[in-house]
Design a protein around this ligand. Structure first.
Ligand code: DC
Length: 240
């Protein structure tokens, strides 16, 4: 990690509210926020658009490398860009949901993403990074590593409520089945599987409101990182 850098990782399965929690935590601490799921989702979008079979890891990695995948940090939250195109609005498409686990299981894709994520951290060294392998593989040296968990039922209910806001009424049972299937793929893949990083602080979010989770994490971070380091004037990263 770069001197003066502050990297905090948040990993865990889908539906734990990780993304919102990570974003709010970053805001409270004056850090930037990296949504690594968005990067895998962008890779899935490229596969769909270019009709690349998600099992063709090498071809996919080559396409991603070519696509100039990066974040536009001036937006809040940062926008996922493919070249000049803001792809953020497409990342939650059902078609993306359907194949993203398989895309994320491809070793060449993961290798590329891990190196892109480390490059991002080199330019944006004050970061809350959220995903599945951030504390275990990408930033094992992170100052604080969190693992958020919740029961499949609660996660399905949260996803259901989120989809309703988008006007999609999908039965909770159906969502729960697909969440469990996604967990299975994410945690049994051979490269970068979802697991609790060594030394991670594990938080069960069942029955906790999002604000409460954020406050818990905030308190854990402040207990471990001196205020001077958090308040460093090095805040604010580079353009890319
Ligand atoms: O967190 P999310 O739902 O946006 O993640 C989308 C997919 O990408 C999900 O299948 C898990 C995968 N992913 C991953 O394998 N590694 C990461 N660091 C982030 C996400």
């Amino acid at each position: 990690m770069i001197a003066g850098g502050v990297i905090i990782t948040i990993d865990g399965p889908a539906g734990t509210g990780k993304s919102s929690v990570a974003r709010q935590l970053a805001k409270r601490l004056g850090l930037e926020f990296l949504d690594t799921g968005a990067m895998y989702r962008a890779a899935a979008l490229l596969a769909i658009e270019d009709r690349i079979d998600p099992s063709r890891g090498e071809a996919l990695a080559a396409r991603i490398a070519d696509a100039d995948l990066h974040f536009e940090w001036s937006r809040q939250p940062p926008a996922l860009m493919l070249g000049d195109r803001d792809a953020s609005a497409r990342l939650r498409d059902e078609a993306v949901d359907d194949i993203v686990s398989e895309v994320a299981a491809q070793a060449p894709v993961r290798r590329l993403m891990v190196s892109l994520q480390r490059e991002i951290a080199a330019r944006h060294p004050r970061l809350v990074s959220e995903g599945r392998d951030q504390g275990s593989v990408v930033f094992p040296e992170a100052l604080v590593r969190f693992y958020l968990d919740a029961s499949p039922r609660v996660r399905a209910q949260r996803r259901h409520d989120q989809l309703l806001i988008d006007g999609r009424d999908v039965p909770v049972e159906e969502i729960q089945r697909s969440i469990e299937e996604r967990d299975r793929i994410d945690s049994t893949r051979t490269v970068g599987p979802l697991r609790v990083p060594d030394g991670a602080i594990r938080i069960d979010t069942d029955g906790l409101a999002q604000e409460e989770v954020v406050s818990k994490l905030d308190a854990e971070v402040r207990r471990r990182i001196p205020t001077e380091r958090l308040d460093s004037t090095a805040a604010g990263g580079l353009a890319r």
